[in-house]
Design a protein around this ligand. Sequence first.
Ligand SMILES: [Zn+2]
Length: 258
Amino acid sequence: MERAIPTQYSQSDKKDAGASSELNGLFDGMMRKPGRPGQASQAPAGESTSQTSSCSVMESWREERTRSVEDNEISLPSLAAAYTSILRGLGEDPQRQGLLKTPWRAATAMQFFTKGYQEKIIDVLNDAIFDEDHDEMVIVKDIDMFSMCEHHLVPIFGRVHIGYLPNKRVLGLSKLARIVEIYSRRLQVQERLTKQIAVAITEALKPAGVGVVIEATHMCMVMRGVQKMNSKTVTSTMLGVFREDPKTRDEFLTLIRS
Ligand SMILES: [Zn+2]
């Protein structure tokens, strides 16, 4: 995930050619979903298995909440104890006055940085999908994003640009930012984050196409390693007409730069 040179639109250029058929698969998978009462918050196990085989990112949609508020309370003491060990391991004195409360603060902060584990996409989408005959591209750009690199546990931050071409269904605009929030507040790699956002929108809306571009700074690159202060990593996922039709893709890319 670390790149000295920003890679632009690498995924749309050379990623697996099977993705458009994956998209159709996604549509099928989604169409079965809303009709069935009682399954809004829990996907049957068999379904998630079949999705996983076609693309590992699909499971994200069906991922259950992995952490609850109660879990946070229960795990806080052990998390704090772990931070005390870290302080000792760094050669510090955890009893030093300035550090006395640091393990608890750090543990609480880390739980906040990863609060996306406490939420599910399906909860966000409830009551936010509207039938609408709008068939022009919808773009929300410059969505602030704060995440944590899963390799170094240091921040990744940047901006997310999302576009989709509706197919009779639109999503409340603020919900796009909420989807970004849920996936970014987890341990991540930028490539996966990009794809998870695009897949969630695809599954929720069955649009004609989705484009997601993330420009981000990785503190693990900036503060260590190559120490390139201004390097940005750019990733993109293009699905449906955003992948198949260069004109649609170009329109999206032009609009997010304007
Ligand atoms: Zn890293």
